[in-house]
Design a protein around this ligand. Structure first.
Ligand code: NAD
Length: 288
């Protein structure tokens, strides 16, 4: 396929590289990043012209809306705008509607799997949009990832991502709190892991991504809490979940509390650390 790729940061650059390596004709655009070996256009509009699919991988909904307003008029009728950024549900829906008005296809498909998954081509895509658009994009999802799930109409991909990451933020904090409580009770951390990882308190945050160093499988905790998944990105996703909850009138008290705690952690300088570094942060704040 002929692909335009706008937004070539930590995630976009390796995703575009994998598409080019698979034989697609990829033309990229980014105002700052200059990834090696990728054909670059002078503007987002130029990258979009004549493309079958234009992929965007951008920081937030406001930037996505601005970029969409520029690239949509440049795209050929029937071409597809595939947005893989994590943005608010309203922006995803608005961009899909704007594309439809110009007789373009559109799909929101945020990802999980991080920079490692983007580089290795093992991302999971959570997609929102029409089934036939999903089918057309299947070869691209296969190249950039190992799983793609069609979650519903426009915005449903973002909705699924926000729900997943709200659970992730809450379970990570709960897991960290359990280690801090265990410490205060003189409970050995390995013993706590051995019990909880095979009991009803287990979750991915504990068993696959244990926030305590030296325990469980290798995780960012074993690497000085280098991300992994940065706390600043978790804060962003929890804020988006709270924005969606407020708009939809959904009651999510623990999601709100998790958003507050990550906001505080980031404000105190933790944003560049892995999101599991909440464990040493809570431990420092605990009474000794
Ligand atoms: P990033 O900041 O590294 O990359 C974003 C890129 O967009 C930058 O290179 C920037 O120059 C470019 N950009 C900004 N404004 C632009 C504009 N107007 N036109 C064109 N390009 C523009 O961010 P990232 O880590 O690659 O993340 C991208 C998206 O993926 C975000 O929405 C993020 O939440 C999501 N995400 C990131 C991760 C991760 O682990 N990094 C994981 C899952 C999802």
């Amino acid at each position: 396929m002929k692909i335009g790729f706008v937004g070539l940061g930590n995630m976009g650059a390796p995703m575009a590289a994998n598409l080019a390596a698979a034989g697609h004709a990829v033309t990229g655009y980014d105002p700052v990043a200059r990834p090696d070996g990728l054909r670059m256009a002078a503007s987002a509009t130029a990258a979009a012209q004549g493309a079958d699919v234009v992929i965007t991988m951008l920081p937030d909904g406001a930037i996505l809306r601005a970029v969409a307003a520029r690239i949509h008029p440049a795209m050929r009728t029937g071409a597809i705008h595939l947005d893989c950024s994590t943005v608010d549900v309203q922006s995803a829906r608005a961009v899909a509607q704007a594309a439809g008005a110009l007789r373009l296809g559109a799909m929101d498909a945020p990802v999980s799997g991080g920079i490692g998954g983007a580089t290795q081509g093992t991302l999971t895509f959570m997609a929102g949009g029409p089934a036939e658009t999903f089918a057309t994009l299947a070869p691209l999802f296969d190249t950039m990832g190992s799983r793609a799930i069609l979650c519903g109409a426009a915005g449903a991909g973002q909705a699924a991502k926000l729900c997943n990451n709200m659970i992730l933020g809450v379970t990570m904090i709960a897991t960290c709190e359990a280690f801090v409580l265990g410490d205060s009770l003189g409970l050995d951390r390995q013993a706590l892991f051995d019990v909880v990882s095979t009991s009803s308190g287990q979750s991915w945050s504990l068993t696959s991504y244990c926030p305590a160093p030296g325990i469980g499988p290798a995780s960012p905790a074993d690497n000085g809490y280098r991300p992994g998944f940065a706390a600043a990105l978790m804060r962003k996703d929890l804020d988006l979940a709270q924005q969606a909850a407020a708009e939809g009138g959904a009651e999510t008290p623990l999601g709100a509390q998790a958003a507050d705690l990550y906001r505080q952690f980031v404000a105190e300088g933790g944003g560049g650390q892995d999101f599991s570094a909440v464990l040493p942060w809570l431990a420092r704040r605990s009474r000794t």
